[in-house]
Write a protein that binds this ligand. Structure first.
Ligand code: ZN
Length: 449
């Protein structure tokens, strides 16, 4: 007689294991993937890499939390949990202040609405550890925290975002431990070639303006490079095109909310903006842009509810150049993190993108032209009329004429330079792809027998 082993669905979330000097939570995920395979766990999704609100003041580097979703035999559950806790503990930088790892286990076939809501709040705003713990106990989950255990917040949030809407993929290639901290050895040309062959299905590979690689991080973490794209298939193909000059220890494809603008919440009026909650909001330019410290462009927008400052920092490149051309009266939609600078009354939106909705005509006033010879007239003084220097004619009845100056910008959406984009920022190339995909889905949802 065959016995059927009862299976359970287990969601394993974890976060806040790394520090600026060591480690990477995605690397722990990569190790766990291998160990879970050995324990006969069956993956029901790609490992999920969920980026949380980049605007919170106490965020971890990159603010990315992880979730692994598996089916396991009921009997192996306990052994598996112990293995996960062991692995996270061993690979976390527990000696670093501010690294407070957390793990959450949730045994459920589907994700409850209140956990989804918690995740959404953690991606767009501020949540508390207390709230996380309350929800975990309500659904009989298990939380394991090291030190302050702040990572429990991200761990639960990662579980609560099953990426059913817009999402992307990232393949991450890892270095041998002994190579971490040294210069990353990759063939730059192969990466430019890969970009040419696979973009826009892959994105943010290189900065074409500065001929710089974006896929290789800086710093001592174990990531050699990461390629982002629309499907698991395309990021793997792109990975195969990259020539590395050092060994790749392992690679993993993650499904993620990167490049989706998931952090930006649309608010109706400027007074609905809150510090630390990234937003999209419309307003009319009420103060012309100025450069502060010679580098960063600042202007103000207003609506009937109030006004805020908008900042385009120097690294945003072309975005800063665009906003410098704005003038009072232009209508814009601002996208970005919201800060309350100390000593200021107004909030500041740190621009990730801006949509120019309406540009007012820019006029200059010139002296009229002589009706006889066409030469521009000379003013005789205020209220004294004009005189033609060529033919001597005088005009008392003419006024200055308004002339449109060509605006150096046009309506549309402008995004910060690739090198300064946040993990969650949706790059311009994805707008076009998204439309195409929607169209394909429309075709697929019809059936004619
Ligand atoms: Zn004349």
């Amino acid at each position: 007689m065959r016995t059927v082993m009862p299976q359970v669905t287990l969601h394993i979330g974890f976060d806040d294991t790394d520090s600026t000097r060591k480690g990477c939570t995605t690397y722990i995920a990569a190790i766990l993937v291998e160990k879970l395979h050995e324990l006969n766990a069956r993956f029901i999704d790609y490992p999920n890499l969920i980026r949380l609100n980049p605007n919170v003041p106490w965020k971890t580097r990159g603010n990315g939390a992880l979730c692994l979703r598996v089916k396991v035999p009921e009997a192996d559950k306990t052994r598996l949990r112990e293995m996960v806790v062991d692995t996270v503990e061993r690979h976390s930088d527990l000696g670093s202040r501010g690294t407070d790892p957390g793990i959450v286990f949730l045994e459920r076939a589907s994700i409850p609405q209140s956990i989804r809501q918690f995740a959404s709040n953690a991606i767009t705003g501020i949540v508390t550890l207390r709230e996380a713990k309350r929800i975990i106990s309500e659904f009989h989950g298990e939380a394991v925290g090291f030190k302050q255990g702040r990572g429990i917040i991200g761990a639960l949030a990662a579980i609560g975002e099953p990426l059913e809407k817009d999402h992307t993929y990232e393949i991450l290639a890892y270095r041998l431990p002994q190579n971490c901290g040294t210069k990353r050895m990759v063939n730059d040309e192969s990466i430019f070639r890969m970009d040419k062959a696979t973009a826009p299905l892959t994105f943010n590979n290189v900065d074409l303006d500065k001929r710089r690689l974006i896929i290789t991080p800086r710093g001592p973490d174990p990531i050699l490079f990461g390629i982002r794209g629309e499907t698991a298939d395309i990021v793997k193909k792109a990975f195969d095109m990259v020539k590395t000059l050092e060994p790749v220890e392992r690679w993993v494809v993650f499904r993620t909310n990167q490049g989706t603008d998931a952090h930006l919440k649309r608010v109706r009026t400027l007074n609905e903006l809150e510090p630390f909650c990234p937003a999209i909001v419309k307003g009319t330019v009420c103060k012309n842009p100025t450069l502060i410290r010679g580098r960063h462009a600042i202007f103000s927008i207003e609506d009937e509810s109030g006004s805020v400052d908008c900042a385009a920092y120097e690294p945003t490149g072309s975005l800063r150049k665009v906003v410098q051309q704005l003038i009072v009266g232009d209508k814009v939609e601002a996208y970005g993190g919201v800060k309350a600078p100390s000593g200021h009354h107004a909030l500041t939106v740190n621009l990730e993108k801006v949509r120019l909705l309406n540009l007012i005509p820019l006029m200059t006033y010139q002296n009229p032209i002589c009706r006889r010879c066409g030469k521009r007239l000379k003013s005789m003084g205020k209220g004294q009329g004009y005189r033609c220097e060529r033919c001597g004619l005088r005009y008392d009845d003419l006024k200055k004429v308004g002339v449109d100056i060509k605006r150096e910008i046009r309506k549309g959406l402008f995004v910060a330079a690739t090198r300064s984009q946040r993990h969650l920022t949706k790059p311009l190339s994805r707008y076009w792809l998204e439309k195409r995909r929607q169209r394909r889905e429309m075709v697929d949802c019809w059936h004619f027998p």
